[in-house]
Design a protein around this ligand. Structure first.
Ligand SMILES: [Cu+2]
Length: 243
């Protein structure tokens, strides 16, 4: 059933997340349909009828044990299964090929690359607004920050979602395995402009990605040297903030 499916998964963690999602969907879906069917059947079967006296019962010990033990066993199974997925994805960050700093603010994603020196918060940082580029089949460490309130960095197609919390830097990692342009959404109601807090992640071939980085560096150098105004447009490379 196409309408029941998640959007295409385009990162290495997608299969793990999707598997957990579908297992939980089936377990809760079957339980929901069964209990609703019993509820409707009982409402019909035991409805009030003239001349029929209500029957009082003190319950059924065996039935109660069954409907307690079966869900308990299922929940323990789900707990262990999700523990395995959690450890694989959140347990530790594998060695990564590049680092990007993402700073959330009302209502914008600031994407920061280390620039020529590879150090962050220096004059040669490449900064874009809502425009993130990453190479395909390569691991990236994303350092999440927030300037004002709680936001949630959400890459639905990459199955990545993480809160951005003011005052702390939270590291996540990502390995996209398909090129293309995907949505970056804010998944935490963060104010009146929350709906407009959208960015774009472009996953590129490694060569294209390096070329883009070099172009941004060149534009920044030119802007700093005062030869040409800062590059504008889609990539939105801006002059770095004062140190
Ligand atoms: Cu937000």
């Amino acid at each position: 059933m196409r309408w029941l499916q998640l959007p295409e998964g385009v990162s290495t963690i997608s299969p793990t997340i999707d598997q957990m999602f579908y297992i939980i969907l089936v377990v809760t879906g079957v339980a929901f349909i069964l209990t609703e069917a019993v509820l409707i059947w009982f409402a019909f079967r035991y409805r009030g009828r003239p001349g029929v006296r209500a029957h009082y019962t003190h319950g059924n010990g065996r039935l109660e044990v069954i409907w307690t033990v079966v869900p308990a066993v299922m929940l323990v199974f789900l707990a262990f299964a999700s523990r395995t997925a959690w450890n694989k994805i959140k347990g530790s960050i594998p060695p990564t090929d590049q680092t990007v700093v993402v700073t959330a603010s009302q209502f914008n994603w600031e994407i920061r690359y280390g620039g020529a020196d590879g150090e962050f918060d220096t004059a040669d940082d490449i900064i874009t607004s809502n425009d993130m580029r990453l190479p395909v089949n390569s691991k990236t460490r994303i350092r999440l920050r927030s300037k004002d309130v709680l936001h949630s960095f959400f890459l639905p197609y990459h199955r990545l979602k993480q809160d951005a919390v003011p005052g702390v830097t939270i590291d996540v990692w990502l390995e996209p395995n398909k090129t293309g342009t995907y949505e970056i959404a804010c998944a935490e109601l963060c104010g009146f402009g929350h709906y407009s807090m959208r960015g774009q992640l472009t996953v590129m071939e490694p060569g294209e990605y390096r070329q883009w980085i070099e172009e941004q560096e060149a534009a920044l150098q030119a802007a700093t040297a005062g030869e040409t105004p800062a590059a504008t447009g889609e990539s939105g490379a801006a002059t770095p903030p004062p140190a």
